[in-house]
Design a protein around this ligand. Structure first.
Ligand code: UD1
Length: 377
């Protein structure tokens, strides 16, 4: 059975890595093709992840780059279609909620090629987030929905999705974290950055809702700057955020608020696992800190990962300076909780996905999968 995997943006890479590695162990069943849309293209945002995660070179590179949501999504769709015609996969695997995810799923739907969506069912309830639209559309289109936590199952059922399409498999990001932790532990990243374990804050902020509106961005930066008077803050800056900081003339950098370049997977993990507290607006980092038992302040009004809040590592906070500082002061003195983990966040999610897909491999190809692709036999 030929499986085509799609990646495009930074958070996709650690999700696809364990799935490709699991399927590589079953060469009798799976032939794999990797497509990189090029949504992220900087070395720091893409290539370094291929190196750290031992991902194979993509078989196809769509080189779409940046643009408005419509431009980016349309470019991916237009460039992905001929790749499907050329490779004629039996299944396409998409992960997460970025524009590449929904764009490729849509092209498959029109060509009647079945899609498996990994990290399905997550909902923030906030349709002003581009990712929420991407999640809803992709889940409606996908044939197989691989869900990381029980809330995802409930969301999909509420949206009328047939139970037979839904598989609760756990969290593939945690598979990668579990696999990579020993390598991250042996890195000298902390020493190189002059940080001492459990004495610093790690911050990442890149959501449009936090960085695109200069007064909001100014509040966040002022919050981080105030916090840095109490504890060093290391802030690997996403290119979108760096651009917005420069555009608004807000640049601030001192010995205690350290704005650094984005980190590769292993270096970021090395810094995250020894942080005393994390401040973020990322999705995946809410989950990784939950696994690691590190308090996380999420600068957003909602989350598509409510299980991280229920477990208690994660807390939603307003992006205003005083709210960030107050939450920091409350959580800073907390002892390290040890690991607290939702069930099935155990490093075996990709293996469960492999088992379900192997079942598909032994069944007859879905009706119609071959009809719309010229030259398909
Ligand atoms: C995308 C995802 C978001 C994810 C984030 C992780 C969507 C809708 N959003 O947001 O869910 O959390 O990736 O990083 O898909 N840029 C560069 N170099 C790059 C990539 C981007 O300089 O390699 C700059 C460009 O100015 C670009 C901007 O960052 O316009 C935003 O990039 P884009 O891919 O549109 O969205 P992200 O904010 O990265």
């Amino acid at each position: 059975m030929k499986i085509m995997h799609v990646v495009g943006a930074r958070p996709n890479f650690p999700k696809i890595a364990p799935i490709m590695s699991t399927m590589a162990n079953r060469r009798d069943l799976f032939q794999q093709v990797l497509v990189h849309t090029g949504q992220h293209y900087d070395y720091d945002m893409s290539q370094v992840f291929f190196e750290h995660l031992n991902l194979p070179e993509p078989d196809e590179h769509l080189d779409v780059g940046s643009g408005s949501h419509a431009q980016q999504t349309a470019q991916i769709m237009a460039r992905f279609e001929p790749v499907l015609h050329a490779h004629q996969p039996d299944w396409v695997v998409v992960v997460g909620d970025v524009n590449s995810t929904v764009a490729c799923a849509l092209v498959c739907a029109k060509l009647q090629i079945p899609v498996a969506h990994v990290e399905a069912g997550l909902r923030s309830g906030d349709r002003s987030m581009p990712e929420e639209i991407n999640r809803i559309v992709t889940d409606q289109i996908a044939e197989l929905l691989f869900v990381p936590s029980p809330d995802g199952e409930q969301n999909l059922r509420r949206e009328g999705i047939d139970d037979r399409r839904i598989h609760l498999v756990g969290n593939v990001m945690i598979d990668t974290l579990v696999n990579m932790l020993p390598q991250a532990e042996s890195r000298a990243t902390l020493t190189e950055l002059g940080l001492a374990a459990r004495q610093y804050v790690l911050a990442t902020i890149h959501r449009p809702s936090n960085v695109d509106h200069p007064p909001t961005l100014a509040e966040v930066l002022r919050g981080l700057e105030t916090i840095s008077r109490r504890a060093p803050v290391v802030f690997p800056v996403h290119p979108r955020t760096r651009y917005k900081i420069e555009q608004s003339g807000l640049a601030m950098n001192d010995a205690r608020l350290r704005l650094i370049e984005p980190l590769g997977y292993l270096d970021f993990l090395a810094v995250m696992k020894d942080a005393k507290l994390v401040i973020t607006d990322s999705g995946g980092i809410q989950e990784e800190t939950t696994y690691l038992g590190i308090p996380c302040l999420t600068a957003r009004p909602n989350t598509e990962r409510p299980i991280t809040v229920e477990i208690g590592t994660n807390e939603l906070v307003d992006s205003r300076c005083d709210a960030l500082v107050a939450a920091f002061l409350r959580r800073w003195e907390e002892p390290h909780n040890g690991r607290a983990c939702p069930s099935l966040w155990d490093g075996r999610a990709a293996a469960r996905i492999g088992t379900v897909m192997a079942g598909e491999a032994s069944s007859v190809p879905p009706v119609g999968a071959s009809e719309n692709i010229p030259g398909r036999v």
